[in-house]
Design a protein around this ligand. Sequence first.
Ligand code: ADP
Length: 603
Amino acid sequence: MAEAGEKRRSDLSVLLGYAGNRRGLTFLGLGLSAVAMLLGMAPYVCIWLVVRDLVAVAPDWGTASDIYAYGWMAFGFAVASIAVYFAALMCTHLAAFRTASNIRKQGMAHLMNAPLGYFDNNASGLIRNRLDGASAETETLLAHNLADIAGTVTMLVGMIALMLAFDWRMGAACLMAAVISIVAMFSMMGGKNAGLIAEYQAAQDRMSKAGVEYVRGIPVVKVFQQTVNSFKAFKEAIDDYSDKAGYYQDSVCRVPQSINLTFTEGAFAFLVPVALLLAPGVLASGDFAGFVTDFAFYAVFSAIISTALAKIMFASAGIMLAGTALGRIRQITDAPVLEISDVPIEPQSNRVEFRDVTFIYEGATKPALKNVSFTVEPGQTVALVGPSGGGKTTAASLIPRFWDVSAGAVEVGGVDVRRVDPHVLMGQMAFVFQNSRLFKTSILENVRAARPGASREEVEAALAEAQCADIVAKLPEGIDTKIGTEGTYLSGGEQQRITLARAILKDAPIVVLDEATAFADPENEALIQKAFAVLARNRTVIMIAHRLSTVVGVDKIVVLASGEVVETGTHDELVGSGGLYSRMWEDYNKAAKWRIASDGEVA
Ligand code: ADP
């Protein structure tokens, strides 16, 4: 419990820290909210004064001259309370908006330094939800809940003081109901029930995650004519949630919540019996008028107890929500960042070297690369080949620092890539991976993204070199056509050619590319191969090769299997050595022959 309190305080101070120089406004807002609450209680005192005067002159009501003044005072206090509360919310909102915007800005600034691989592992929707959604959620706490908590605590203290000031016995009777209500409320949340709430929330999380998976898998469910039961994980998550929710409601909440609601609204339950008990003694003492006045005060005043308790409940829910929102924000702000050297060194050439590189993905038990060493001399083309899962993509990703090595070093121009200024490193290389994306803008802007200063003519030349002439020709507005708008969707192979134009326009001396032409039909494939050839010309190229036909003429082939370099050499050397590559080459040729034979049959 103490630990939870500690955490909550630190959550709050973390959130307030984001408000920057508007932090003080939060405290001003809380102070004003407290004042507003005190002002809000004053009309009840005025009512008590009116009742007192009326009872004193009864039945000669007309002589109670001060009651008008009290009435106006009550009105004045009520208006002042509203005005001050408005000012309080103004302050807390200004601070809350600044907090939310600073969370977004700082989160984005942090992500700018995250390695590119982070964005492969974290979908953009997820990042947006974490950063944008969660920062918005903190607003409820900072703008409303905190002010309500400050106000309500002040109100409770003021209420207790007032209640005990007029007639402590009737005051205690009213407070008794509030105490029972509060105890019942906390009994649902504290002790072993805190663990149940955590389990309940975890079950809810699992259910929503399984729900997302289910929606993603709907096409499969439909194609194979399955029912919801086929998504066992989803069904189990729903059943588990339903069990936990049912148990929590029936066994934990039912009785305390009934007590809570009854006594929140039921201060009379104690007030009336206590008043009846006290009445005979008061009659004997002769101050019956004062007693009736006090009773009237408590009868009116006890009504605000329920308002206060409801506010506490909503405010504590707000704190819980802000806690989970902060957790999601932390997933962004705790994301690893690329270490940037204080004294960057400029690479002196376009030579790429892997020196005893080992790399383990976060959370993985086995290294994806083990003691990998090879060099790519300036102007050479080196192909990475090997069985699927061998580590080709991982090795290529380490050059532009999608990830940083776990051990060893990747060097460009004789300098460890971690010592190179990231902008210089990025400027020196172009990479074309399978998941290279196009933006929903014109072809011109899509290609120009690689070099914003490029002229229209340069973009056109790059498109021509990337064999995109046919794509541009068929689009209604040529290179000014917006991709992704109605009727202008490009096929996978066409998109790949546009991303190649981008790389050609960048004109970087080192090219890291994945030659996969998975989306391409034969015609597209031939064009893509031509574009590859243009891109590779006079550049240092590291190519992830999937089909051995493309590697026959390269300067060097590095064969990666299970994360290790098993062979290095030219095509002829490797075929002659009788190792893994030569077996792959044999299989490839058999498959090619088989294809020709089967084509022949069909023909
Ligand atoms: P290849 O490109 O040769 O098919 P990869 O480099 O993609 O091989 O994969 C090498 C190993 O690393 C595989 O065992 C794969 O499961 C693992 N791996 C690849 N990407 C990730 C990732 N983002 N997180 C964890 N493991 C990964």
